[in-house]
Design a protein around this ligand. Structure first.
Ligand SMILES: Nc1nc2c(ncn2[C@@H]2O[C@H](COP(=O)(O)OP(=O)(O)OP(=O)(O)O)[C@@H](O)[C@H]2O)c(=O)[nH]1
Ligand SMILES: [Mg+2]
Length: 397
């Protein structure tokens, strides 16, 4: 599972990425600063069970900050996309291939309207950021269409001749793209296409099919970025976007706050609307001013910088739950005595046995039963887990 950070050049993708990961990406006010994709780990927030169980946890694969668990999920920051990239414009389609593994996209938009269609700086407010949404959808659709089209004649004919299911043959072609049979079947149904005659689908139908597959397999949310310098009038445009969840963001503010927190200038937990200065007297006037600006124009105005909300919301779209495997259901510890060590993100609907496999293949292979640490009741292999479950798995040695 991966979150893809996408958008036209110069909108703040790498700023967003750097502020939310421990990786460093180059940031500059000109288009195509990023050429090779940056990969890192972001964190989603969930209430940590330590509060409810009244224990002090010792996280291993994640972090607990004042009762909130921050759970890792991979993310990728790619090069900027310009209109007609699928025809080779800008950096062309190369980097779209970097998005193969992305299961959900966060599109960064320059809400201040100070970058033109190609990402060149322009007078703030002179470019309508809403224009960027449609073109990005189109480019991703054309990219997917290109991949499918390559072998379409052969696949569609073969499917008919061998009496196969089109969703199978097509998803085989698309392995590694996060596209499965269900995505394809859903699109075929929505367009009422004749499943038994794919070779007769028109070019236009195929393009529409791909567009629906894209929406299903790579859902997207919008970050209305540079909110700190966008006029209220520009920010109101958010309300005109009906199809997507839109979150106002200031990646630059988040980056400033996380950098300052790292240097122990202040305490700040991503996603919140406050920070506390560690030693106010040590800061210069300029630093005070910059932080006051962030406080007034971002944190107080929008409730947060929006970065953490975007990550949480994106992962929500993936319909994952978090589960805490432990060895000892009384002390909530693992072999090494760590309390509530790991938090695992798994698809909703996963069973106790699925979790066992996620922890270790051996644990899955030798699964006997599991225990719900809240009730101390035994649960079977097929028991469907809930968000926040703490589970002990018992297996053959
Ligand atoms: N005011 C303001 N500026 C921002 C914000 N986020 C990014 N920027 C600035 O926008 C410019 C572009 O930022 P990048 O993160 O390099 O943008 P990008 O989308 O990765 O650009 P490419 O890699 O060229 O596609 C830089 O000058 C950033 O400092 C923000 O929230 N507010
Ligand atoms: Mg970049």
């Amino acid at each position: 599972m991966q979150i893809g950070i996408v958008g036209k050049p110069n909108v703040g993708k790498s700023t967003f990425f750097t502020s939310a990961t421990n990786a460093q990406a180059e940031i500059a006010n000109y288009p195509f600063t990023t050429i090779d994709a940056n990969r890192g780990v972001m964190y989603i927030r969930k209430p940590c069970p330590c509060k409810e169980f009244k224990v002090t946890c010792t996280p291993h694969n994640s972090e607990c900050r004042q009762g909130t668990r921050f759970i890792p999920i991979e993310a990728i920051d790619v090069a900027g996309l310009v209109p007609d990239a699928h025809k080779g414009k800008g950096l062309g389609n190369k980097f779209l291939d970097d998005l193969r593994q992305a299961h959900v996209l966060i599109q960064i938009i320059d809400a201040s309207g100070s970058t033109d269609a190609e990402g060149n700086p322009c007078k703030p407010g002179s470019y309508d950021p809403l224009k960027d949404i449609a073109f990005l959808e189109t480019e991703i659709t054309y990219w997917l269409h290109g991949i499918i089209q390559k072998n379409w004649d052969r696949i569609s004919r073969q499917t008919e001749q061998e009496n196969k299911k089109i969703e199978h043959t097509l998803s085989d072609q698309l392995t590694g793209l996060g596209i499965n049979d269900d995505h394809i079947l859903h699109a075929v149904k929505e367009l009422s296409l004749d499943k038994s005659k794919p070779s007769q689908w028109t070019e236009d139908q195929l393009l529409k099919l791909v567009d629906i597959i894209r929406k299903k397999s790579k859902p997207m949310i919008i970050a209305f970025n540079k909110s700190d310098k966008a006029s209220d009038e520009m920010m109101k445009k958010m309300n005109d976007i009906a199809e997507y969840t839109v979150i106002p963001t200031s990646a630059e503010s988040e980056l400033a706050l996380t950098n300052a927190a790292e240097k122990q200038i202040l305490d700040y937990i991503p996603g919140t609307n406050t920070f506390t200065l560690t030693n106010p007297a040590a800061l210069s006037d300029k630093q005070h001013k910059a932080l006051d600006y962030i406080n007034t124009h971002v944190l107080q105005k929008y409730g947060s910088t929006g970065i953490q909300q975007c990550i949480d919301e994106a992962v929500n779209m993936l319909d994952l739950i978090v589960v805490y495997p432990v060895e000892d259901d009384t002390h909530l510890t693992d072999k090494e005595g760590r309390i509530l060590p790991d938090a695992h993100l798994i698809p909703r609907g996963s069973t106790a046995k699925d979790l066992a496999y996620k922890v270790h293949t051996d644990l899955g292979d030798h699964f006997i039963r599991a225990i719900d640490a809240r009730t101390h009741r035994v649960i079977g292999a097929d028991h469907v887990l809930k968000d926040g479950d703490v589970i002990s798995i018992i297996a053959d040695a």
